[in-house]
Design a binder for this molecule. Structure first.
Ligand SMILES: Cc1ncc(COP(=O)(O)O)c(C=O)c1O
Length: 390
């Protein structure tokens, strides 16, 4: 029998060491600190001559289990887990960037990430140049001697555009810079950016990894030297994931594959339904043949993801009418939940993004982001249909 385990098996069977109680399900290690046998063990542990947990801001058995699982799933050498996706993004940038550095980023990024690039980084003299998803050829012309990395999400939030990971990685390698990918929309089950040459992969674990809308979490995995930098920064600044949230997230990973399979199936069915509905101006889903980057999506993703983006006819009023008539789906800003969620990005997740940037990345006033859950697809379609036709 081969030692190489499949994704589903790793998700279920990767577990921290069993205690003297021989428990089957992993216990919750709610402890801020850990004790030492004697002064020498304490010294050697803090000097990192001995590998062990010292303090839960640095590491904790529940957090370690969660990190180990994601590393195995993403094919990464090491990782560090955070209290939220934004903590992962900020700490990764904070650890790797210095004053005077420059970043090349896709313009279609999560609203809060855009806020870091535009509001906070300039005050530390860190600047960012944006490229459009449709204009990857422009990336090389944006790279400067001070550029540290290329940053992108794929699929993007909220427009579900897809970027070619292989192409991005070739450009990064040619210029001796890093490639950092926010893999939140795909999850490690659908796409592993490291396989295509990414150096670091970031997740908001709050989304499909938790999958049930309960806890916040984030993680960065990848090259071990880079993770070491991120670890040293985070151990001082304190954005660590809590043991409780890590325990929840590690349990959630056990069901990620089955949840994602069904949620992606629901998403494709909804996208196909919307494509033929007269009240829908356009619909985007990576595994629809009409998606502009369909060929790239099928090359690098196992399934099309759980998010469908579409625009309701009638602009702002059409959009408002749609949301006001939704009966079953949740009007919420989260995504990746077992409950189907409809969001209005223009007034919520991307409200603080400047109007011209919103326009450039295709966030229109009537755009709906639908995160497919696990309800029966007939009931999801029935709710969306009646809201479109109300
Ligand atoms: C693509 C993407 N990255 C990062 C984040 C931030 O994650 P969190 O809300 O866990 O901080 C989100 C949240 O929606 C997201 O969609």
């Amino acid at each position: 029998m081969s030692d190489k385990k499949n994704f589903e098996t790793l998700a279920v069977r990767t577990q921290s060491e069993t205690t003297q109680f021989s428990e089957h399900s992993v216990p919750l290690y709610l402890t801020s600190g850990f004790v030492f046998e004697d002064a020498e063990e304490m010294r050697a542990s803090f000097a990192e001559e001995k590998q062990r947990d010292l303090y839960s801001r640095y590491s904790n058995p529940n957090v370690n289990e969660f990190v180990d699982k994601i590393c195995l799933m993403e094919g990464a050498e090491a990782g560090f887990a955070f209290a939220s996706g934004m903590a992962a993004i900020f700490s990764t940038f904070g650890a790797l960037l210095s004053a005077g550095d420059h970043v090349v980023s896709c313009s279609s990024v999560f609203g809060a990430t855009h806020g870091l690039f535009t509001k906070y980084f300039p005050k530390w003299n860190i600047n960012c140049s944006y490229f459009d998803v449709k204009d990857v050829d422009k990336i090389e012309s944006l790279i400067q001697p001070t550029t540290k990395f290329i940053y992108a999400e794929t699929p993007t939030n909220p427009g579900v555009d897809v970027l070619d990971l292989e192409v991005l990685s070739k450009i990064a390698k040619k210029h001796g810079i890093l490639l950092i990918i926010d893999n939140c929309f795909a999850t490690p089950y659908l796409q592993q950016p490291i396989k295509f040459g990414a150096d670091l992969v970031i997740h908001s674990a709050t989304k499909l990894i938790d999958g049930q809308g309960r806890v916040l979490g984030g993680i960065t995995v990848g090259n071990k030297e880079l993770i070491r930098e991120i670890y040293l920064f985070s151990r001082l600044t304190g954005p660590a994931l809590s043991a409780f949230n890590a325990w929840v997230l590690s349990k959630s990973l056990e069901t990620l594959a089955v949840r994602a399979d069904r949620q992606c199936e629901n998403a494709l069915k909804l996208a196909e339904f919307l494509e033929s509905h007269p009240k829908v101006k356009w619909v985007k889903y990576p595994f629809l043949k009409s998606h502009p980057q369909y060929e790239i999506a099928i090359k690098q993703m196992k399934l099309g993801g759980t998010i469908v983006a579409f625009e309701v006819e009638g602009g702002v009023d059409g959009g408002r009418n749609f949301f006001d008539n939704i009966k079953m789906c949740s009007l919420s800003a989260n995504l990746g939940d077992t409950r189907t969620i409809v969001t209005h990005p223009a007034s919520t997740t991307h409200a603080k993004v400047e109007p011209e940037v919103k326009k450039a990345v295709g966030i229109t006033d009537g755009m709906v982001r639908c995160s497919l859950g696990l309800e029966h697809i007939d009931d999801i379609i029935a709710d969306i249909k009646q809201a479109l036709e109300a």
